[in-house]
Design a protein around this ligand. Structure first.
Ligand code: ADP
Ligand code: GLC
Length: 487
């Protein structure tokens, strides 16, 4: 490596493969490995949820003891697991709980989420300040609202601290908490203002990160532009617009080892861009798993998604009759809003053999859908980046996507010009409305009836570079610029 090694601390609330509610975990898990090739040594600070502590090897050591961290003692553990350098914050009073990282088994957010994630951010700030002699970061990288106070604590600390970058994975989740918690969170009174952590009469964790970070990134160029507008800014567009000069859109990649159809243990038969025959076996397995008629000629649409309004799943539910009218089948893997879960279950019950569902979070089935479906539907109302369409490209399930955020940046629509140039990789539709979605489904069905055309698009899709090399290079350049500025 010609460039000198740079140390970066990643502060994040999810980490694949141990703790995941969405793409944030995938990104946090894959980026460090890709950065190593760029001469960047990244370590990840993550709360000590039960699943994280269980993943630690006996070689994990306590590198710091906190006499009191937000109300009780805590320890910072360091370990290397599966090639990832980890700092795990072992604070049982904050993290030793059943449920998701954010909510209990009843689905209710934990009442002390402000303290739980302020503690994470505070420890991130302290590692930035040299708490662990063996790893003093040159840059601190905070992800989403859960890490949003990190840039604030770094900037407000006395003494020298490294510069920070705040990444927005989803502006819809902002982490707002009562103003009365200011002192309890260790924030100085003067930070409570429009130029600080204040956000419409509350403390905004994401707002704080966006205000105090030296750089802001989000996960696609289109989303970077969208969040600077009133329509996409969710109340933060003024701040983001004002900081446009330090806001960058860097696309996500996918982990090409985890998502590789040639070696995927979840597929009944491997395949690749040049040897696609195994796909037919995967399609038959998918149809069997979802209770669909075993018809190799039926166009199978797949879905791998949170079942939410953001993901446009209500629109898709309304489009089911049109989809069936095209003679297609639908396989839905997802979890989320009860009304949508019930809606898809009812559609499956009403049309056996044509619509099938798998409700829940099922990693193995996600791979089977990508490997066996002919097309993947992603009708999101907004999509910062989206990872499932990247997996779909690699697995040859043609993505049919709303023209929004990262979806717009990663799929080339099969319009006449793109088909003529043989560069199409999927279908886009806009606006995100029921007629436009139905029309896109109809266009997909039309292409399906032209097998040579379909296969050309599939080949293009599978040849797309959806890995982390390019994005990691962009992050490395950003970190280096920040470190150089900081001197
Ligand atoms: P988001 O983070 O907004 O949910 P992304 O497309 O960025 O959307 O990432 C979603 C990630 O979660 C992908 O890795 C996808 O495969 C996975 N995923 C989503 N729903 C499920 C599910 N029900 N079962 C298994 N994996 C899922
Ligand atoms: C968020 C976004 C998604 C993005 C992911 C990882 O969950 O909703 O679009 O791909 O973060 O950055």
């Amino acid at each position: 490596m010609s460039e000198p090694s740079l140390r970066v601390l990643s502060v994040v609330s999810e980490l694949y493969p141990w703790v995941k509610t969405g793409g944030l975990a995938d990104v946090a898990g894959a980026l460090p490995g890709a950065l190593a090739a760029e001469g960047v040594a990244m370590r990840t600070l993550i709360p000590g949820y039960p699943a994280m502590l269980a993943a630690l090897p006996a070689t994990g050591v306590a590198v710091h003891d906190f006499a009191s961290l937000f109300g009780a003692p805590a320890r910072l553990l360091a370990a290397e697991v599966d090639g990832l350098g980890l700092f795990v914050l072992d604070a049982p009073h904050l993290y030793a709980r059943a449920g998701s990282p954010y909510a209990g088994p009843d689905g209710q957010d934990f009442a002390d989420n402000a303290q739980r994630f302020a503690a994470l951010a505070r420890v991130g700030e302290q590692i930035g300040g040299g708490l662990v002699a063996g790893f003093v970061p040159d840059v601190v990288h905070a992800h989403d609202w859960q890490a949003g106070l990190t840039p604030a604590y770094l900037r407000l600390a006395s003494g020298r601290r490294p510069p920070s970058v705040m990444t927005v994975h989803n502006l819809a989740f902002q982490g707002q908490f009562p103003a009365g918690l200011l002192a309890a969170l260790g924030l100085p009174p003067e930070s409570y203002g429009i130029e600080g952590v204040e956000y419409y009469g509350a403390i905004g964790f994401l707002k704080a990160g966006l205000r105090y970070a030296d750089r802001i990134t989000t996960v696609s160029p289109s989303y970077a532009a969208e969040i600077c507008t009133p329509a996409g800014g969710m109340g933060l567009d003024g701040l983001l617009q004002a900081r446009r000069d330090v806001l960058h859109g860097i696309l996500n990649g996918i982990d090409e080892a985890v998502w590789n159809p040639a070696s995927d243990p979840h597929l009944p038969e491997p395949f690749s861009a040049t040897r696609r025959a195994g796909r037919a076996v995967c399609k038959a397995a998918l149809q069997a798993r979802f209770g669909l008629d075993r018809d190799p000629d039926a166009l199978v649409f797949g879905v791998v998604s949170r079942l939410t309004w953001q993901k446009g799943m209500d629109l898709l539910l309304q489009a089911v009759p049109a989809l069936l009218g095209q003679g297609a089948q639908l396989a839905v893997l997802g979890a989320g809003e009860p009304a949508l879960v019930g809606g898809f279950a009812a559609a499956a019950a009403a049309t056996p053999g044509r619509v099938g569902t798998a409700i829940g979070y099922e990693e193995a089935i996600a791979h089977l859908v990508q490997g066996g479906a002919d097309a993947l539907l992603v009708p999101s109302r907004f999509e910062p980046c989206g990872l499932t369409q990247l997996c779909a490209l690699r697995y040859g399930a043609l993505p049919v996507v709303a023209r929004s955020g990262g979806l717009a940046d990663t799929v080339i629509d099969a319009n006449a010009a793109a088909l003529a140039q043989q560069v199409a990789t999927g279908l886009q539709f806009a606006p995100n409305s029921l007629p436009a979605l139905e029309q896109a489904i109809g266009r997909a069905a039309g292409l399906w009836r032209q097998p040579a055309q379909w296969q050309r698009i599939q080949r293009n899709a599978m040849r797309c570079d959806v890995g982390w090399r390019g994005p990691a290079g962009a992050y490395a350049a950003l970190y280096r610029a920040m470190a150089a500025e900081a001197g």
